[in-house]
Design a protein around this ligand. Sequence first.
Ligand code: SF4
Ligand code: SF4
Length: 746
Amino acid sequence: MAELVPASFGMLVHRAFVEFERQRRIFDLPERKFHRARAGFDIGVHFHGQKASNPLGPAAGPQTQMVQNLVLSWLAGGRIFELKTVQIHDTLEIPRPCIDATNVGYNVEWSQELRLEKSLREYVGAHMLLEMLRASGVLDGTFEDESFAHSDWIFDLSVGYDLKGIQHPRVVEFMRSCIDARDIVEELRPKIPDRYASLRDLDFKTDMMKTATLSTFHGCPADEIEAICEFLLREIGLHTTIKLNPTLLGVERCEQLLHDDLGYDEIRVAREHFAHDLKFDEMVPMVKRLQETARECGLGLGVKLTNTLVVHNHRDFFSEEVMYLSGAPLHVLTMSILHDVRAALGAEIPISFSAGIDAHNFARAASCNLVPITTCTDLLRPGGYGRLPLYLGNLEGEMERLGVRSLGDFILRVEKQGERAARAAIGELRHALRRSASSLTADPTRRETFAGDAEEFVGALERRVREAIRGSPYHDVRAALGAVWKTRPASVRAILRNGNERSDTEQLYARMVELAGHYNVEPVVARTTHDPRYAAARNARLPRKIGSRLTLYDCINCDKCIPVCPNDANFVYHAAPQELEYANYRWEEGAFVEEPGGRFVVEKEHQIANYADFCNDCGNCDVFCPEDGGPFIEKPRIFSSLETWGHDRGVGFYVRPGRKNSIWGRFADGAEHMLQMDPESGQTVFRSAGMEVEIDPARHRPIGARLPQGEITSTRLDMRPYHVLRTLLRGMLDARSTNYINNNRF
Ligand code: SF4
Ligand code: SF4
């Protein structure tokens, strides 16, 4: 199984800046795919007291485990990142392949594949690199409204899976180091390359993680979930979100939605999990108790909808008996749960949502006041992270259509529930004023005067706010509220004197938005359940295959394998097209004797390779490659060091640039060869079959050999590996395309 090997922080920093400077792209995401926020649209949100420029982000999963994943999500517009789940068992063997995103979306993935200490450095390093990109200003010109330069983002920890594991000293140490990352920041700071030395002095954020989402095993009992949350709140001090399972729906309702409503007849839910998982009527009182605990701790508590659904494996993609369903059908199931959870826990409970989110339903989810809204399966499809800007673009487009400029006003207007929400929120204010008046004075005349003033003020407030909600384009509800607020009579001022004007109006506005988001759930869920785009018939198409097989060089160059890789492991390099007949040689009695060889053909300059250290064999690029074989298997797998190359036993290469450029290669027959080329003198040495042979690089013929004394009297020199190695070596070092090999010296 391929093991993920994170790159050095210095190399990643250098790569990000140099690649943008030279090619206007970062980690293979071209600048045109960066999210450009529309000027004048405010889609910022708060998540447990922290600000983010929008509610969108990658869910805990393959897009959030390494530095480059997080940077790519950010460039494409993500602003709340659910970091990949960490747990005490951090040396798991994950079955491969582990992702089947062909149409519906299944996986057998699990938690972080890196050791806890390495995950910590990836998360802190990613945060630092984002801060460096923002502070350096290099990207400012690429964003219409420069929102990028001022963007706020949030890293949300994800921890699993049971109380014993979460209380383990290593996991506790990990969480504490995320809350106070000073030591890791200081460890990484000097690794910033000299070229960017000025950025070493940045005042990097060290309290970069304040929230955690709890992921539990299927079947984790309610009292254990509660105990873990208590621990996270009371002992660790993190705002906590409980990730709930779709089994909350109950098996009958789940099957009815999947089979009768959506037509996924082949999906067989794992009924046994429904019996053991947390039940809805256990969840509600548990969450209410935990909300109380959170309040006592001055922290927030929310729920996340939802985990994936365990189903029996009816395909032949994975070898496991069960697999985890995501994508379109899960979206419908989770929307139904959202409906029930809102009904049971009210508008106030913070809900984050992750289930089948894509560019077409993101705005709908945002209208339900869900924060964050995260996505995973959709980003595994062609375009990868580059699909994110459309999510935000579609939301902004919807806002423009409705004539609103802020996300709050969008929530108030989009489902026509805003006036109802305003009535309810202002009704609460009216009630509070009446209550305060009676406690303020026993004098009935003063009370009557006050009641009249308050009623007049509240009436005006409601009128103006409701007008603004249904009113003319770009009529700002918050501004309307603020304008009336200024006119409140002295008696009302006296009662409201505790708060400052801005926070009073903000609170009222936030309450209206909260209630509107709550009311919006009903119509949104009803439409979603009957939307044919989630039905089986619309999610059955397989990615197109064209019947040809991939080889080491050349393919149809569709480049789909690059963005579909969550780790940016596949990349383009430039090779010299060539077609030649080559000879092999036989060493016999002190001289090379020519033998029949073969043809070596490279047709195209544009070639694909795989950076093996970032590839975990998830299989996703194979699914979407139109040719057969899998890019991560058939294309040259390049390792970052002799050590990782030596550790692997399959076909693979290691390139070491230097005064003499060198490449090591292991081929399908298990044989290892090495080629060294001196760029100045042209001297070329090929080590193969125990010989060290000097080659004439113009004619590709041996011109001398050093043999281990007395050991070799007769052997064959196969020249195909030489041609493969020399072509790869030049290609990898060709600076026209920045990659992990030609960019690792700084
Ligand atoms: S390897 Fe496959 S997906 Fe990648 S460019 Fe070639 S044909 Fe396209
Ligand atoms: S290169 Fe392919 S198999 Fe490897 S991590 Fe990327 S998508 Fe998965």
